[in-house]
Design a protein around this ligand. Sequence first.
Ligand code: TYM
Length: 324
Amino acid sequence: MRVFSGIQPTGIPHLGNYFGTLINWLKLQNEGHECFYSIVNQHAITVPQEPKLLSQNIIQMAATLLAVGIDPQKSTLFVQSDVPAHIQLAWILSCLAPMGQMERMIQYKEKAKSDNTANLGLFSYPVLQAADILIYKADTVPVGIDQAQHLELTRILAKKFNNQFKELFKEPQTLHTQTTKVVGLDGTAKMSKSKNNYISLVEDEDTIWKKLSVAATDPARIKKSDPGNPEICNIYSLHQLFSNQKDLDWVVDGCINAKIGCIDCKKQLFKNITDFLNPIRERYEALIQKPNEVRSALENGAKKANKVASTTLQEVYESIGFKY
Ligand code: TYM
């Protein structure tokens, strides 16, 4: 089975990225599937980026992906702009994309609402995403729930191309994790870099505690003696990702029966999160000292990706009449 997925280099990935999708990237890689994982820098510039920071972010993203377990011997890890066929196919797909469909893209509408300087790249972003996937003829795309509509468009564009020209593309399946959407520390929106409500995968212990200690909990629990409801508590939803059954039972009983305070609950969560993240941060810190090794992994990945992507592009060119 062939797998494709991408992540924007807009900072270190956070727990939302990890439980929403990276966990599946690792699972598919370790099951022996043919995986293409891309750091999608061309998507990142649909909002303004500081050039120096963007290039740092690319290396940091690559080092983090390696630190969580993406293995360049098993998976093809590369930077999107190193494989020009993505953009070349995106142009062709954009000539098939119905305007009405494009105007219904939720992420565009949300981003354009909060930023009146929205550009054409932001609008056509989902077409480039479709090209990322179709250029590899991927069967499966592991992503969080926020990407489901973009995947739907990808299948529509694949079908349209196949009907109009030649049966070339597969209609890729979306693969979500059990968690699908990790809520942010503020307890309201999804965990995201732009909302600053996240814990990154390489955060140090002090920062993690600073963030956790002020994170939202069940608002009914003002004093320790106030009983709470774990099901609506943001901290409990994080416990479910990091804690064993014994800890979960302790939290549920302690919260409902007001035996423990929110701070006790957070302390246990802090321990479980740091047990999990400390080894990732240590591997990241070692890798970031050797940026040339990271660059060389990305260059090798781009070579492998270019081979597959340029073959598909030639097939596309042939199908649409660009060969003369
Ligand atoms: P990006 O960079 O915003 O996020 C990368 C992946 O993390 C998932 N994710 C989450 N999942 C659960 N809970 C959260 N709080 C959370 N935050 C982020 C996202 O769903 C995503 O899977 N458009 C994509 C990148 C992309 C792509 C592609 C993905 C470009 N081309 C082709 C798949 C295939 C994006 O902006 O992801």
